[in-house]
Design a protein around this ligand. Structure first.
Ligand code: DGJ
Length: 703
């Protein structure tokens, strides 16, 4: 029916209702009484059906259900628009200022009744996804004094009222990232936030809400995710009557941005999705959206990588790296990444950040000979950088002590002995771009691991006319530098890291195709980290390292096969000291890497089914299926054996063609698609702790 064609927007002038159509869902909003109201988010109703829906109910003395509530009138929830005009007035009062539809993009404009401020609500839908992108823009339409903007959310989402709501999100810290949290949403406000200038580990900028009845495979789930890598806030508000709103955007409190006459300020995207089919279906939809519409170089296979950090720490030099590179190449590694310690006076974390030239004692002839050797071995070369940071003990800081975030008469708090460069300053941003561009021009570097190891403190900018811009401009300039580097060096690929997984978000994923979710490579811990990561972000972005045994972080020993099998669930990497691995293990690792390279297209670009949730003493099982159902990969891991778990029951596979037969690529055994789908696959998971198994099945015939 053309009226509900995916990727389009319909407008009913009679009721002032717009309906946006995603792949199979619709989103409705209406202009009424000087505001824009939410009316529908769910399965695709016709434009007439949505136009006939009522406005959201009020909560006796509170206005609810606006698409972007401002301050003023009976509004007592979290304001999504907070401004202060020159005369001290803070509230806003809107009048309609037109709308614009362009394919799947809708812009609804409002103007303040008295003051020179225009607000635009933007929406975008696409035919191949139910993810709706929303963002906001404000414009100073006058010629006089600036308007102080303290809050401008990207969107506020309204969910249907219900007697029970449950919230899912991830929380953690460095080395324990992406732990899945599920909790009843109670009356009041619940905020996920980072005030640290960077996304950081504590919570990640997405959440999911269900009615408490959703499972991995069943139930409706509403989810939202913010595309921003600086400070951020997502507040969920629930009334006693069970109405829920979720508002979110960049920043959290702090100084205002002074919007100058003629100036526009645009927020990042806050994307939303309503889906049936439980948490699994929600994750698959997000994964497909990220792959199709967010990532650069999305369709490429991510190379098997090696990273020197776990093996060497800061102790790197040309001879040692050559030796490791030689071993890595024999194991089938395709990208060799030299981590921290290669530059300036960097022999530990106390010095050198900011002095981005190869350390003469360690790399006497620069990086060229090592890069040439890595290329000769058939691998790409990657290099660690932390461009937003400086050690006070560095030539850069001695020359430019004013380039860091700081405040007059205040201490400069050091974390990891480093300070944050003020990337909001155009001269600092330009300098940063220039040294990176020179490094990439002078050296055939294929990949940068872009790290960021501390939060902002004393986030001031003495002398700036508008220091409140700092938080936003730092992140925008970060994105802009990466984009310029990519444009100038088209083969360059970027890995996002921030003390492990501290800067994973839809914003960064628009500029970096790979992340490093955690420095903890212990496979037992990684099972939960990977499950939390994969709630929103796809396997193709998830750098998954297999390190040494015992593990460098936890001290726990693990068989090589288990370490590799767990890491095969994402973009596989190796990170241990290969020099210490017995030759028998190196041979085994080479065989496992070769097996990974066979399953890689399915793991990295297929659909993920979490057949059994992450657990320590039960088998965790994940399955990946290619888009055409011709190939599937099953990975099962069990950290601790309990007697009742020695015989794992059959596990029913998903997404296969029941009328086809599938052959096990390694062992040649044949299976009926119908049996795998309805009865299941016997995993044959070996007994014992840290047991794992890999199945790779390919369709052979269609009956
Ligand atoms: C923190 C990262 O998470 C590590 O992987 C490593 O790159 C170190 N920084 C280097 O200082």
């Amino acid at each position: 029916m053309t009226g509900t064609r995916p990727g389009t927007v319909r407008h009913d002038a009679g009721t002032g209702t717009w309906v946006l159509y995603g792949h199979s869902t619709a989103y409705g909003l209406r202009l009424a009484a000087g505001s824009v109201w939410h009316v529908w988010w769910g399965p695709a109703l016709t434009p007439g059906q949505v136009a006939a829906l009522p406005l959201p109910p009020r909560d006796h003395d509170d206005v609810l259900g606006e698409e972007l509530p401002g301050e003023g009138g009976e509004r007592f929830g979290p304001p999504s628009v907070q401004v202060a005009f020159a005369d001290g007035t803070r509230a806003v009062e809107w009048v309609p200022a037109g709308h614009h539809i362009d394919g799947g993009h809708l812009c609804v404009a409002l103007a303040d009744r008295h003051y020179p401020l225009r607000l635009e609500l933007h929406y975008r839908v696409r035919p191949d996804t139910d993810v709706i992108e929303r963002w906001t823009r404000v414009r100073h339409t006058g010629a006089a004094a600036p308007v102080a903007v303290t809050t401008l959310d990207s969107a506020s989402w309204t969910l249907p009222a219900h007697h029970h709501h449950r919230l899912s999100h991830v929380g953690g810290e460095t080395k324990v990232e992406f732990q899945l949290c599920r909790t009843t949403l109670r009356t009041g406000e619940f905020t996920l936030t980072s005030r640290r200038g960077v996304t950081r580990h504590e919570v990640n900028p997405w959440l999911m809400v269900d009615h408490g009845d959703a499972t991995e495979e069943h139930g409706r789930v509403w989810s939202v995710a913010l595309a921003w890598s600086g400070s951020w806030r997502i507040t969920t508000r629930r009334t006693l009557a069970g109405q829920v709103t979720i508002s979110g955007g960049p920043g959290h409190g702090g100084p205002a941005w002074l919007l100058r006459p003629g100036e526009t300020w645009q927020t990042p995207v806050f994307a939303g999705l309503v889906s049936d089919g439980g948490f699994g279906a929600a994750s698959r939809q997000w994964h497909a959206y990220v792959r199709r519409h967010v990532l650069p170089a999305a369709g490429e296979d991510r190379p098997v990588f090696y990273n020197s950090w776990e093996a060497c720490g800061f102790d790197v030099d040309e001879a040692g790296q050559r030796a490791l590179a030689g071993l890595a190449a024999r194991l089938g590694v395709e990208l060799y990444v030299l981590d921290d310690g290669w530059f300036g006076a960097r022999t530990d974390d106390r010095a050198g950040l900011g002095d981005w030239w190869p350390a003469p004692a360690r790399f006497p002839d620069g990086l060229g000979p090592l890069i040439a050797e890595v290329h000769r071995l058939g691998m790409r070369f990657g290099l660690w950088v932390e461009p937003e940071m400086v050690n006070p003990d560095s030539e850069l800081y001695r020359r430019h002590p004013d380039w860091v975030l700081h405040m007059a008469h205040r201490r400069r708090t050091e974390i990891r002995h480093q300070l944050v460069l003020n990337l909001a300053r155009p001269d600092v941003a330009e300098w940063t771009y220039a040294w990176l561009d020179r490094l990439l021009t002078d050296n055939p570097i294929d990949h940068l691991k872009w790290d960021s190891n501390r939060a902002f403190t004393e986030a001031g900018w003495p002398g700036a006319a508008d220091p409140g811009r700092l938080f936003t401009e730092h992140t925008r300039n970060l994105y802009a530098i990466i984009d310029r580097l990519r444009a100038g060096h088209p083969g360059l690929r970027i890995e996002a890291c921030a003390s492990g997984g501290g800067r994973v978000d839809l914003g960064m994923l628009g500029h970096a195709e790979l992340t490093w979710p955690s420095d903890n490579t212990d496979p037992v811990d990684r099972i939960a980290i990977q499950e939390g990561y994969g709630q929103l972000y796809p396997a193709v972005t998830m750098g998954a390292g297999a390190g040494d045994s015992p593990n460098a972080v936890t001290g726990r020993a693990a068989p090589l096969r288990f370490r590799l099998h767990v890491a095969m669930a994402g973009a596989l990497g190796l990170s241990g000291d290969l020099r210490q691995w017995p030759e028998s293990e190196r041979r085994e690792a080479a065989a496992l890497v070769a097996a990974y390279r066979r399953i890689r297209p399915v793991v990295q670009h297929g659909d993920l089914y979490r057949l059994r949730p992450a657990a320590l003493d039960r088998a965790t099982v994940v399955q990946y299926v290619s888009a055409d159902a011709a190939e599937t990969v099953v990975l099962a891991w069990r950290a601790i054996t309990r007697p009742r778990e020695i015989d794992v029951p059959l596990v029913r596979l998903r997404g296969l063609d029941p009328s086809a037969r599938y052959r096990d690529v390694e062992r040649g055994e044949l299976f009926d698609g119908a049996v795998l789908t309805h009865a299941g696959l016997n995993l044959a998971l070996p007994a014992g702790d840290q047991a794992s198994v890999l199945w790779h099945l390919r369709r052979v015939t269609a009956r």
